[in-house]
Design a protein around this ligand. Sequence first.
Ligand code: SF4
Length: 319
Amino acid sequence: MSTQPLIGISGCLTGSAVRFDGGHKRAGFAMDELAEWVTFKPVCPEMAIGLPVPRPALRLTQLSEGEIRMRFSHEPHEDVTQKMADFSDAYLPSVSKLSGFIVCAKSPSCGMERVRLYDEKGNRGHKEGTGLFTAALLAKYPWLPVEEDGRLHDPVLRENFVERVFALHQLNTLRASGLTRGALIDFHSRYKLQLLAHHQAGYREIGPFVATLHEWEDLDAFFVAYREKLMAILKQPASRKNNTNVLMHIQGYFREQLNARQRGELREVILNYGEGRLPILAPLTLLKHYLAEYPDRYLLTQNYFNPYPDDLGLRIAVN
Ligand code: SF4
């Protein structure tokens, strides 16, 4: 397996001129920042069903009984719904190793949400559709991190997407290297603090589930269920409150080694973060410093400290 996460991407976001109008929609974050850390697998579903560049625009039409079809906006409004469904059915099984997907917003093929719907007479309706290819992608791989290019401008959504991509990549790598009970327990143990930062109730639920591992004869079936639970927890963005709890918890590990002044300083930095006066990078840097000084076997395993490459600079921007 590649050592870099493999990420699907709408072809036009890579800068390829595959759009209906002969243009592209190059996504700066993906191509200029993320590209160093991941391997992209581009696809243009509309070209894949044999459409040329340029081509008439497509749109989603909602029939009176609710069914959604993809048709050309110009006469004779040829319907390509079945072609797109056939392509999705053929293509999606070949990308089961992906760790994420970045799709192009608003497109009737690739948009993830709020794609414009039209009625049968061609009147503009609400923006509440999903592109047909992306709808099939989401249905086949509900645990897969999928984001739109536009939403990745939001620092919280961007950080959450990248974090999930690297988590799924580690899960995929774990499966590819051969599942054992020990490896699965180790994996879960490494994610404990990270899960706690995302969703306390989810963290409390997944622990007892992992404790049933010895009852599962089929480790791959366990993996599939575990992946769904873990990815659902990570999809909840880590809140400042939860992060503060986790940082306070980590602080406790240095109770013996730090003097009263150092403990007070550390507590102050964590509280200042909790109240929004400092970014999370401040307490994390201090804790990493103490961890290097006073190594703790459990803390050193925790993915929480490095959920993705530091050089992406994502923790500077969030929280
Ligand atoms: S949005 Fe999707 S279908 Fe449209 S040009 Fe981009 S990759 Fe192709």
